[in-house]
Design a binder for this molecule. Structure first.
Ligand code: ADP
Length: 532
């Protein structure tokens, strides 16, 4: 129950019956009210209500049909809103629209001269007029009840939506049928509202003023308690009702009479249009939100996958070094005369690899957070030495010759030590992999120079299989690999790291064979400043 209430209160923020009107809507509502007022003044002051226009008999059934369709659709939409909000006020206004839709049927059936000379139900002019009065004074009563109930504190939610809607429909149908029956049955007994089709009695005037007064009262109550889009448009509907009633004093088929029918149509359509418009807007917003949520989830999953894969990729090297050192340590201790000094060295190496693994994990977090907290001034040649030391055993086991040409006068670069060492380590490991299956002399050349365009250039060249021109564009893409057990992440991580350092990483063919990976790093401080 509490859950239902929470869901309803969350949904309220997106539903017309509780959504605040936008500035544009308020402006449009004001324009419609001013137009109604102007039309009323223009028609009454200009005595247009007496100017007869061509007689169009179809206007009444057309007006009744349109009102019935509009009001019944509005009722259905409001009942649907009630099923979400479970607010009694919404149920009341939905019932109000159903009431007008049903009264319209009775009115059009009793209207003399439409389906039969005295109306289809055999009633006379009086019945149709009384039904019109019932229609126009009944609806404002529903609006007043809605306005009074909507802020009922605390709002009493309804338990069974289906039962509430069904009982409302049954009550409204019963009331309309009962009232229609009484009006038709008492046609001769009820006080006369019309003398004939064109002449009214004073009671008609009082009746119209009474209905108009109810509309004004509904308008005032709504104004005092106005809050939502629905409140705003119901106020406009009440203005249209009042205008329609005031124009009702016009003779049939006069300008005023036609204007009155137009106001009636307007009042019936307004809330329907707004409901449809708001529903479409909300639907579009919902779609956008769903797509955004889906994209966000995919991005989060992709980042999660990437983090997991990156950790696995980067941690593999220190872990295999630890395993190799641990096996070596065991062998030193397993000898008939254990060599504790060598064993101690391997344990120290394991501890260092463990620390390195921890630092790698930290640096991966930094890559994904895109932070540059651990940046310091670094000597690139020192980094190259550290990375070469880490692949030392692989270089030995594949009998790879190492050539280093460090420029001893290089300026310092600004960067994250662990990340940049990982870059060198990845490039060197790839170079070793590329040469592993080659019989020719294997050479790994690592150079550092001042870069012409500013910064420091580091190149890692091998004499391996080389990078085919068709692969050169793709090798930096995540998950691209040509190795049976490769993950295809090393180069993409390298590029992310170098780019996060405002540098650039690229590949070129080596001569006579193999590949050269080169990257440029910014100096710390920039070279221009160093020179100054
Ligand atoms: P992995 O090493 O897991 O395959 P990388 O992103 O490090 O992932 O490398 C992607 C691909 O780039 C490799 O599969 C390989 O085809 C190619 N590559 C990388 N370095 C070299 C190199 N030095 N020589 C030839 N090809 C290379």
């Amino acid at each position: 129950m509490a859950n239902k209430a929470t869901v309803a209160s969350e949904e309220q923020n997106f539903i017309l019956t509780s959504l605040s009107p936008s500035r544009g809507q308020k402006r449009l509502a004001l324009i419609i009210v001013l137009a109604l007022l102007t039309a009323l003044i223009f028609i009454t002051a200009g005595r247009l209500s007496t100017i007869q226009l061509a007689r169009i008999d179809a206007i009444v059934p057309a007006y009744a049909t349109a009102s019935f369709v509009n009001d019944s659709i509005t009722a259905v939409l409001l009942f649907a809103q009630f099923s979400i909000l479970r607010s009694r006020a919404v149920l009341v206004i939905a019932s109000g629209y159903l009431f007008t839709a049903l009264v319209v049927i009775a009115w059009v059936l009793t209207f003399p001269g439409l389906f039969a000379p005295t109306g289809l139900l055999g009633a006379g002019l009086q019945s149709a007029t009384w039904l019109y009065m019932l229609w126009h004074s009944g609806f404002p009563v529903f609006v007043i009840a809605y306005a009074l109930l909507k802020d009922a504190d605390p709002p009493k939610p309804v338990d069974s939506v289906g039962a509430a809607i069904l009982s409302s429909v049954a009550v409204i149908a019963f009331v309309v049928c009962g009232a229609t029956f009484l009006i038709i049955a008492g046609d001769g007994l009820l006080p006369r509202l019309m003398i004939d089709a064109t002449h009214i009695t004073p009671l008609w005037t009082y009746g119209v003023w009474f209905s108009a007064l109810l509309c004004v009262l509904a308008l005032v109550v709504l104004w005092v308690r106005r809050r939502s889009v629905l409140d705003l448009w119901l106020m406009v509907v009440m203005c249209a009702y009042t205008t329609e009633l005031c124009l009702n004093f016009s003779t049939r088929f006069s300008v005023g009479w036609y204007a009155s029918r137009i106001c009636g149509l307007l009042s019936g359509s307004l809330v329907l249009f707004v409901l449809l418009y708001e529903s479409t807007v909300l639907y579009a917003q919902l779609l956008r939100a769903v797509f955004a949520q889906r994209r966000e989830r995919e991005a989060r999953l992709a980042t999660g996958d990437a983090v997991a894969a990156t950790i696995a990729h980067e941690i593999k090297q220190p872990l295999s070094a630890m395993i190799t050192n641990a096996s070596a340590g065991i062998r030193w201790l397993d000898r008939p005369a254990p060599d504790c000094v060598k064993a101690k060295e391997t344990f120290e190496q394991i501890a260092a690899d463990g620390h390195r693994a921890g630092a790698v994990i930290e640096s991966i977090r930094a890559i994904f957070k895109k932070e540059g907290r651990n940046r310091t001034s670094l000597d690139v040649n020192e980094l190259i030495g550290e990375a070469l030391a880490l692949v030392h055993s692989d270089l030995q086991s594949y009998r790879i010759m190492v050539m280093t040409e460090p420029d001893g006068h290089l300026p310092l670069v600004n960067g994250d030590r662990v990340q940049l060492r990982q870059v060198l380590l990845n490039l060197m490991t790839n170079a070793i992999d590329a040469m592993a299956d080659k019989d020719e002399p294997r050479t790994l050349s690592v150079r550092s120079n001042l870069y012409d365009g500013g910064g420091v250039l580091v190149s890692v060249a091998d004499t391996g299989v080389g990078v085919g021109s068709q692969d050169a564009d793709q090798i930096f893409n995540p998950l691209f690999t040509t190795k049976a057990h490769g993950m295809g992440l090393g180069l993409s991580i390298c590029r992310s790291i170098i780019e996060a350092h405002n540098g650039r990483l690229w590949v070129a063919p080596n001569t006579p064979r193999g590949a050269v990976f080169q990257f440029v790093l910014r100096t710390d401080p920039p070279l221009a400043q160093q020179g100054a």
